[in-house]
Every structure is written in structure tokens, then in C-alpha cells.
Design a protein around this ligand. Structure first.
Ligand SMILES: [Zn+2]
Length: 293
């Protein structure tokens, strides 16, 4: 594929002339390197001078830590489901309308275990923790994989707006509570033939073919109404915002209020909150910087 096709994509060839006034490959790379280095330097300076840090984290942070939903990671744990249903990534498999709850929970318990209870392949969150641990900080995140807490971030300085793979709720929901699911998820993956190592690693013993369904007994049901449980993930209007969610929201508001220039808060905690609110906050910060010069 030619260089410009790679940059703008074949589909956008009609717009090609708009981009062709740029320098050649070598100059373009030099410009990118310059911008990258200067942006990192600016960020380093801003971080050193900051009284407090607000971190906005979306899916890209976990992707950079090695949590990917396709490729090798997907094939290792879901090749049997891939072969049977022909979906090509973990995310798509989560939406498949399985015929039985036993098969649904075989898929979802593996999904939750490998994304929530195993450690990330790369220490990205740990490095971020090292940068802010001595600062006054707060994290607003749409990620649901618990990586911040595993890396050392204080639970009281985190607001997981979109839920947590580690929590179940009533699927209706008939009440506004969530339930820690680690014991249930472990039981469900072990019922498929997997073992869990002392370090939390998921192990498929040699010669074992994993089952693609679990027995009926570990299928989770609501303790109040008996309906099937579901993940506490914001996918539709059944998402439960429990007491912990509201307390985290309040702590986040309090944190912002305590810094006079950042009293403005997100109007909504929809999935797009991270790019929208943080871009807006950065623009405001830049404008205040200019005013103070
Ligand atoms: Zn219920």
C-alpha cells in the first residue's frame, strides 16, 4: 500500500489532495518526533508544577497495558467459541444471543476472569501510579477492568463511571445493589475445566478441552427476585448506580470543588465523558495559563 493510502485510508482517496501539501515522509516523521518530544516535556513540566492531578482514562490506557479484545489474547481463551460462532473478537462474543444461560455464563465468566482478575501484561498502570502517588489525585475512568486499584491507586480516589467487571447486579434490576463476583466467576471457570494458579493465572491443564457451558447450579440469580443476574456495566438503562457509585461521584465532585479553577464538572457520565470533558478542561487550563502570563 502506498504511503498516503496508509495515512488517509483507501476509502478517503477522494480527499487525498487535501493532505498532499504536507512534507514528504522524512519531514513528516521529524515533525511528529518534535511534537511528541515537546508534548512529553510540556506534560512533565506541568506534572511537576501541579498541586493536584485529575486523570481521565478510557479504553486506550488498558489497550496499552496489553488488554486487547482480539488477536492472540482472544484466540488463547475463546478459540472454541470462535470456531462455533465465527465472531472474531471478545467484545462481539459478549453480545452473542446464546441459547442457554449455562453457555452464556461459560463465555462471560472466562471473559470476566481474563479481563478483571488476571494481571495486565504490561506495567502501564503501575508507571502512572509512580508519577502521581505523591500528589493529590483523582481518577475518572470509563474502564471497568479494575487496573487502577491493582496498580496501587486508592479506591477512594477513583470513580468508575461505567461499572466494574467484578460486580453483578439484578438483570431487571429489582433493587439498586451490586454484588462482588470473584467467588462466582472462579467457580464458573473451574466448572469448565480451568484451574487458577496461586498467582491468579488461568490455567488449562494439558489434554483438557474446556467445556463451553457450565452446570446450572453456579448460574447466578438475584438474591431478591430470583431473576438471572447481569454484569454491572453501563450498556443500557438497566445499569445499577449503587451506593458505592454515588459515593464515588460525590468524592469526585468534592475533589473538583476543592480546586477553585476546576469547579466545573461533567454534565453526564456517558461513555464519551473522557475525551469531551478532559479536552474542555485542558482548553480552559490553557486559557487560564495565557491569562496569568
Ligand atoms: Zn432482582
Amino acid at each position: 500500500m502506498k504511503f498516503w493510502d496508509r495515512v488517509i485510508g483507501n476509502k478517503n482517496r477522494k480527499h487525498r489532495s487535501r493532505y498532499c501539501s504536507f512534507e514528504g515522509t522524512e519531514q513528516l516523521q521529524e515533525k511528529r518526533d518534535y511534537m511528541k518530544e515537546n508534548n512529553i516535556e510540556s506534560l512533565r513540566t506541568a506534572l511537576a508544577q501541579a498541586d493536584a492531578v485529575v486523570i481521565g482514562a478510557g479504553a486506550g490506557l488498558s489497550t496499552s497495558a496489553g488488554f486487547t479484545y482480539s488477536g492472540e489474547w482472544f484466540h488463547t481463551w475463546f478459540s472454541d467459541f470462535e470456531k462455533k460462532y465465527h465472531f472474531g473478537d471478545m467484545y462481539s462474543g459478549g453480545f452473542y444471543p446464546y441459547d442457554t444461560l449455562e453457555e452464556y455464563w461459560a463465555y462471560w465468566s472466562r471473559y470476566i476472569y481474563v479481563n478483571r482478575y488476571r494481571n495486565a501484561p504490561k506495567p502501564v498502570y503501575e508507571k502512572l501510579w509512580e508519577l502521581v502517588k505523591d500528589k493529590d489525585y483523582f481518577v475518572l475512568t470509563t474502564n471497568v477492568d479494575h487496573c487502577f486499584q491493582k496498580a496501587g491507586f486508592d479506591k477512594k480516589s477513583l470513580f468508575y463511571t461505567q461499572g466494574d467487571y467484578g460486580l453483578f447486579q439484578c438483570s431487571k434490576p429489582c433493587h439498586q445493589s451490586t454484588y462482588d463476583n470473584e467467588t462466582m466467576v472462579r467457580q464458573m471457570v473451574e466448572a469448565q475445566g480451568y484451574q487458577i494458579g496461586a498467582d491468579g493465572a488461568l490455567i488449562l491443564p494439558e489434554g483438557t478441552v474446556p467445556k463451553m457451558e457450565i452446570p446450572s447450579d453456579p448460574v447466578p440469580h438475584c438474591p431478591k427476585c430470583g431473576r438471572p443476574m447481569s454484569m454491572n456495566l453501563r450498556a443500557d438503562d438497566t445499569f445499577v448506580e449503587d451506593g458505592g457509585w454515588h459515593r464515588a461521584a460525590e468524592r469526585y465532585s468534592e475533589f473538583l470543588r476543592s480546586f477553585k479553577n476546576y469547579e466545573e464538572q461533567p454534565a453526564t457520565y456517558s461513555p464519551g465523558v473522557i475525551p469531551y470533558f478532559f479536552l474542555k478542561s485542558c482548553m480552559k487550563w490553557l486559557s487560564l495559563q495565557k491569562q496569568s502570563v
